[in-house]
Each structure stands twice: as C-alpha cells, then as structure tokens.
Write a protein of this length. Structure first.
Length: 275
C-alpha cells in the first residue's frame, strides 16, 4: 500500500497505535500485527534507536519499504528527535512524520526551535509532533507531572505543531502496566488543544487505561518497552529450552510472532475499544 499521511491515518481511526522498533524483526511484527487487525499503525524509530544502529538511513529505509509493501496503512515516524539534523535527514529520506523533542530546553528556546523545525517539516510536507518543557528538571512523562491546558494551547499556537505529547500520568519505560492516568485532564486538554494529543509511555498503561485515554480524547498511543518485554521473554525461553541452538532464526522467529500477536491485540484496544 502506498505510504499514508498522518491526517488520513487519524481520520480513519478513533486513535492510532504507534509502536517503536529497534530491530527489523520487530518492525516486521508491527506491520504483520496491523495487517491481521485490519487497521493502520505507526512504525516509530527513535533517536536512541538510530544511535544504536549508528545511522538513520538503513532502519528508516527498511521501515519505509515495509510500509510500502504492506496491505495495511502504515506510517513511519521519527520519534523523540532532539537533534535537528536528524529531523532534516528524516525529511530527506521521505519520513512523513517527525517528533522534535526540545522539552529539555528552556521554554522560550523550545518554542523558537520547535517553530523553526515545524516550518521546515511543513515545507517538506511532513507532520510534526512536539512537547512542552520539562517540569522541575524532570522528564515530562513522570507520574507527578501534568501538562497545563493553557500552556498547551499557547505552545501549539506559537509553534504551529500538528500534534502534542502531553503529560497526564504515564512514564517512559515502565515494566508494569499500572500507571494511573488523569482522564479528566485528558478530556480538558482534548477540548482545548486544537491538534491531536499523544500519549507517551503507554507500555505502563493497562488495556482499560488505554481505552479510557482514547475515549477521553487521546489520538496517538505510543508503545515501545512492552514490545521489548514480549520479544525478550520469548527469546529467553527459547534459549533456555534449546541451549544448543545457534541459528538466530530459531529463537527470533517465535519472538517476532509473539510481538505480532500482541500488536494485533493492542490495536484491538486502541482502534476498536476491544478489551
Ligand atoms: O515515544 C515512545 C513512547 O513514549 C514509548 O514509551 O517505551 O514507555 O512504551 P514506552
Ligand atoms: Zn515517548
């Protein structure tokens, strides 16, 4: 299927699942899960994953090719880019959506740099996600931090971004799915902010929590760590059960299949409200 853009992907779903991949087999699993669920999905490559590979082009190009070859609408997104050069490289490669993350900068500088990146991305026909500054020196996505509604509205107006990551109680890299989201705040943000809202750190959110967040107005649900948990558990079990195995396909294939099944299941929650 030809590459989709974010407006049409969002228009076709009540919310969209956005899944981080590091290695190719997980990207394949995300696409397979979306095809089995019969829905669209977002394939996300983070700046950290790019650093792991030592460059963006091989992984981003593979993701774009997988999206192009899929029967499901798959969109490739650069996630948590703090480096503007990486954003520009993604745009040059044809990545249609980028997150520029300047939340670590002072607020005024965040606004100026995010607005400049948004303008460049828009000239390239791309979609831009961003987030407000950290609070008290902590990352924005920690339990005690909340996005202020008025600040969010002002940030979107000042920067021209197309989507906003908001802090509503989730936290990155959680291994348990018990984060308590502020659903009332999600509702107020969704009513006031004129662009789609993004939930980061959704690995720490239960199925019911994801469904509640979507019902309250979240439009993009970012999940990464949970896929690593699923993948690694299968690899570990395979290696323990077959200590003499040396061909990585023997233990990677069942791990890839487990991730595909979990993507299909999660998309049922995100897209269809299936619990
Ligand atoms: O940007 C990516 C996400 O926020 C994923 O967070 O790994 O905690 O699910 P997670
Ligand atoms: Zn994130």
């Amino acid at each position: 299927m030809p590459l989709v853009d974010m407006p049409s992907l969002l228009a076709g779903h009540r919310a969209v699942g956005a899944f981080n991949f590091i290695q190719l087999e997980v990207a394949e699993a995300i696409v397979a899960g979306a095809e089995r669920a019969g829905t669209g999905a977002i394939l996300q490559l983070s700046q950290n994953a790019v650093a792991f590979h030592g460059g963006m082009a091989p992984a981003a190009t593979a993701a774009l090719r997988l999206a192009d070859a899929s029967s499901a609408p798959i969109l490739v997104h650069l996630d948590h880019a703090t480096d503007e050069a990486l954003v520009d490289e993604a745009l040059a490669l044809g990545v249609p959506s980028v997150m520029f993350d300047a939340a670590h900068l002072p607020d005024a500088e965040n606004v100026v740099r995010t607005a400049a990146v948004a303008a460049r991305a828009h000239r390239a026909g791309a979609w831009v996600e961003a987030e407000l500054g950290e609070v008290g020196g902590k990352g924005a996505h920690v339990p005690g931090v909340r996005t202020d509604v008025d600040d969010a509205v002002a940030f979107v107006a000042a920067t021209g971004v197309d989507a906003l990551a908001v802090a509503v109680g989730s936290e990155h890299a959680m291994l348990s799915r018990d984060a308590a989201l502020d659903v009332e705040l999600i509702g107020r943000l969704a009513s006031a902010v004129p662009v789609p809202l993004v939930l980061h750190g959704s690995s720490g959110v239960s199925d019911a929590g994801i469904d509640g967040a979507v019902r309250a107005g979240m439009r993009k649900i970012n999940i990464g760590t949970h896929l690593n948990v699923v993948f690694t558990a299968v690899v570990r079990a395979q290696l323990e059960a077959h200590p003499d195995v040396v061909d990585p396909r023997k233990y990677v294939a069942p791990a890839r299949e487990a991730v595909a099944l979990e993507i299909e299941r999660l998309l049922g929650v995100v897209v269809g409200g299936r619990l």
